[in-house]
Design a protein around this ligand. Sequence first.
Ligand SMILES: [Ca+2]
Ligand SMILES: [Ca+2]
Length: 231
Amino acid sequence: MRTLTIAFWLLSTVVKAQFFMIGDSERMQDGCIMLTPDYPYSEGLAYYEDKLDLTQYFQIEFDIYFGDEDIGADGIAFVIHDDIRQFQAHGTWGECLGYGRFNPYYPGNSIDPSIAIEFDTYQNYRQNDPESDHIAFLENGVSMHTNYWNNEDEAFNLEDDLLHSFFFRWNPEKKEIRVFLDGFEVYAGKRDLINDIFNGQTQVIWGFTASTGREHNLQYFCLKRFAFNDQ
Ligand SMILES: [Ca+2]
Ligand SMILES: [Ca+2]
């Protein structure tokens, strides 16, 4: 247990220093990384420089800030990918959060193959968004979704000037993803990521993407802990 604790501490220390940033993302003074400033038509991404091993259990814990304007935009996506552009991969701005593309039926700039958890703060009819802010599981750079989580609250709002706690867990034996927001389970699903998404690839890139459009917000994340164990 002591060994594990030390390993977690080392990993969490290293994580803060090793993000590869593209677009408008910038380091902040307290070790957090800004993805977009509170400014229109911005896109920022930050990828951890070491790849994830999908054959291993992992849990990534982070805090996310979505701004202080309830009608701001557009949100943040947590992304795991093996796009051919690797650490330069990015999607479309605005409603696509720097991850997906405007139209799911035609090609566009998106991150693929991939999965993402989107934290969406602006309603876009083209992506089938509900009126409220919401969280959704996405695949292969397609922003449109049919299912989402908003705590069954039509006024659910993420842009409340607070940090929100998120956990992302991957269990390779059960092939299970679980995501938590402020203590609520916001997504749980089984998917054979290695074979069904990444075509046998086990080493993948992970990070965060975000964008703004006509509406905007300051958006950033702070990594809390990156833990591996055999649970
Ligand atoms: Ca909102
Ligand atoms: Ca949206």
